[in-house]
Design a protein around this ligand. Structure first.
Ligand SMILES: [Zn+2]
Length: 157
């Protein structure tokens, strides 16, 4: 699969990463899916409401908004409704990694497996160091939920 981001959307993700630094930002992507190409049309920021009550693993309680994010089910529902109203669909989500690589983590995989989203749902991550956004990557969750599959990210100028 390929995920196409307009430069406006890519810049929006980077700006969100900077705005929420040193916390993780998060949100959803509304767009179109045609064959093997997805295109994000609308950036849908969601407040990161992670707390250690949402912990999925025993070690989560040592963490904070600096390295965890949570998009509640209601946010998915609202975004899905907004997407349908525009003839779009939910094509993915994004979050930032403050002072870390733009690489989806094992913890991200566990969270994603719980959230679902389907085999075409993109997980975009942007690295933000000292408030400065850097590399951005995207991946799909394998159908068995056991590993990340990198997908191509194209940013339109
Ligand atoms: Zn992450």
């Amino acid at each position: 699969m390929t995920l196409v981001l307009t430069s406006l959307i890519a810049d929006g993700i980077r700006a969100e990463g900077t705005k929420h630094y040193p916390h993780e930002c998060c949100g959803l992507l509304l767009g179109t899916l045609n064959g093997s190409q997805k295109r994000a049309e609308v950036l849908w920021p969601v407040e990161n409401v992670w707390t250690d009550e949402i912990a999925l693993t025993e070690t989560d309680s040592d963490h904070s908004l600096r390295d965890r994010f949570y998009i509640p089910p209601k946010a998915y529902l609202l975004a899905d409704r907004a997407a349908r109203a525009r003839n779009l669909e939910l094509v993915g989500c994004y979050h930032s990694h403050p002072d870390d690589r733009a690489k989806l983590s094992e913890r991200d995989r566990i969270g994603a497996a719980g959230a679902g989203g389907g085999p075409d749902f993109s997980f975009v991550v942007v690295s933000v160091r000292d408030s400065n956004p850097g590399e951005m990557t995207t991946a799909l969750l394998s159908t068995d939920g056991q590993h990340w599959l990198l997908e191509e990210l194209v940013i339109e100028e």
